[in-house]
Design a protein around this ligand. Structure first.
Ligand SMILES: [Zn+2]
Ligand SMILES: [Zn+2]
Length: 231
């Protein structure tokens, strides 16, 4: 036995034992005859989707990927669950209903004007008493006044949002009226107090009470000296 042969033998002996019978079985996806022609949930048009969502326009239709835990619903039979996980991992949501959709359908909805993933939707509802509501910004938790008209806006923090009036059923537990964006004090309460307490308009739908404005100024003043020193 020459040296080269000996070395190659040693190398071979040092190799880990191959694990026998370790096969990964790929199940081919079979398309049953007639399946492509039948109208499945994947084939819904955007018009049909809007009808299912009970909205006329896609302005307030949130879409996105369904998280893993939501798909693995033990109530759903395994076969249906497999079909679901293959093709329908996305949702579309209005103020009334949520439906499961495909990625293509999500993209189609966004193409016709549904908000993209960088836009948060905040829902309110119209009422005869003309009561308006406020909600926390999903980005920074500051308060935003939802007001009385559907619109697009941007929070003080830069978060883009849309206000939609399709909340069903009506949720009267939502905090009412315009509030200080920082502390959440109702505007009307502070205006009723004694003496001038000027509120600061930050933008069309966010205000800051006098106390929070003062606090912000103080915070900025205490923060700025070290910032200018450390260069
Ligand atoms: Zn914000
Ligand atoms: Zn405040």
């Amino acid at each position: 036995m020459d040296v080269a042969d000996k070395m190659s033998r040693e190398r071979r002996d040092r190799r880990p034992e191959p694990i026998p019978f370790q096969y990964v079985w790929f199940q081919p996806e079979l398309v049953r005859p007639g399946e492509e022609t039948s109208m499945g949930p994947e084939d819904r048009t955007v018009v049909q989707l809007l009808a299912e969502l009970k909205v006329e326009v896609p302005f307030g239709v949130e879409t996105g990927r369904i998280s893993g835990s939501a798909v693995a619903n033990p109530q759903v039979p395994t076969e249906a669950q497999n079909a679901l996980s293959r093709s329908q991992k996305y949702f579309a949501q209005s103020g009334t209903v949520q439906v499961t959709i495909t990625r293509d359908q999500m993209e189609a909805l966004r193409r016709i004007g549904a908000p993209g993933k960088d836009v948060e939707v905040m829902r309110s509802f119209k009422n005869d008493q003309n009561v308006t509501f406020s909600k926390h910004c999903p980005g920074c938790q500051r308060w935003i006044h939802l007001g009385g008209a559907e619109r697009e806006g941007q929070c003080f923090c830069g978060q883009n949002y849309r206000v939609v009036f399709d909340l069903t059923p009506e949720n009267w537990s939502l905090p009412k009226e315009m509030r200080c964006m920082d502390c959440g004090d109702e505007l009307s309460i502070s205006l009723g107090g004694s003496g001038p307490k000027p509120w600061h308009a930050i933008n069309g739908h966010q205000m800051q009470c006098a106390a929070c404005a003062k606090k912000q100024l103080a915070d900025q003043a205490s923060e700025s000296p070290p910032r200018t020193r450390s260069r």
